[in-house]
Design a protein. Sequence first.
Length: 414
Amino acid sequence: MPDSFDVAIVGAGAAGLAAALALTRAGRSIVVLEARTRPGGRAFTFAAQGGFPLDAGCGWVHSADRNVLAPLIEAAGFVFEKHSANWGRQSGDQGFSATEQKEFAEAFEAFDARLAAAALKGIDSPASDYFEPGTRWNNLIDAVSSYYNGAEFDRVSVLDYDAYVDTGVNWRVREGYGAAIAAVAASIAPRFECAVTAIDHRHVPVRLETQQGLVSARAVIVTVPTNLLAKERIAFSPPLPDKAEAAAGLRLGTAEKAFFLLAQPEEFPVEGHLFGRIDQTATGSYHTRPFGRPYVEAFIGGRNAEDLIREGEGALGAFALDELSALIGSAFRRRATPIAETGWARDPWVLGSYSHALPGHAGARAALAASVAERLFFAGEATHPSFFSTVHGAWETGLRAAEEALAVLPSLAL
């Protein structure tokens, strides 16, 4: 491996791949250093039992009408499923009547309005402070936060929650979002199994210690997930305590999935949705027959997911199977075969799912995104001011970091 480059990029997730494409097109020499054996980071599609693709990580192309990736994905030959998401509905009104669903939607809308009003006043308290006391829907609202933020609302900043932008246009990729990201960036050849352990940025060139030896570069783009930066898995010289502090305020929530193959798929509606329970926060959200395929995709988040991950492999699937059997009937257990479950919270290269700012830390995104000494640049979904927790947000930050690096490269002599 040549040891000297214009720019070294740490991480081959969406941000790193976007930066690599932009810099390559600008004629700069780059190296992408990736700890895994594949690109994409939290965008990962795998082949399921039954022959169809499943997205272990991101699955929804959020804000598709404004999503920078949407035209790139279509140009790469992938097909979008453009049906509206049914996240707030209960198929067949199973244990959740139409009247109750309407009441829940109205309660959530009122809660969102209270959060927006608090944000206008600049109040950065826990979002849970704005629950209406005694409302029966608070637990289910909190459950939705556990999927949406990866954490319940007591761990979510009001200002950060308000800053997030979602146009409500949410699509999916039939062949898999992770597969689409890999295809869009197929021209990039990362160095796999090449984790970066230390970055000495006292001088130019910057020196990076990796599993495959020393690399030097005039500039470095760091796209490492916040939980790893907070734990200082990369040793910076000089140290960067402000970055570690910002990353700690942008912890990755826990949002996991489990998948079940259906023996009698016709029992379930295509593109259906079920909440496991409506009276508690520790419940799952179940997407039935996505794309018309014979499986159920379970979403489990927040403290409930954290507890299940600690129990070990199989606990997520067992919880989901128990909930669905209680909701639909015990016979469901015999007609559903667990085929996969995720474990992002125990994955050593991410330790979580996607970022949310803790109460009082809404300013941490800008702090994490700021460059250091005009030679270290930071990207990743957690550094986006409004599209955080998304792939297109990560992609946009990679493009931003590439522009920042290109602007200073002429002044960084080797």
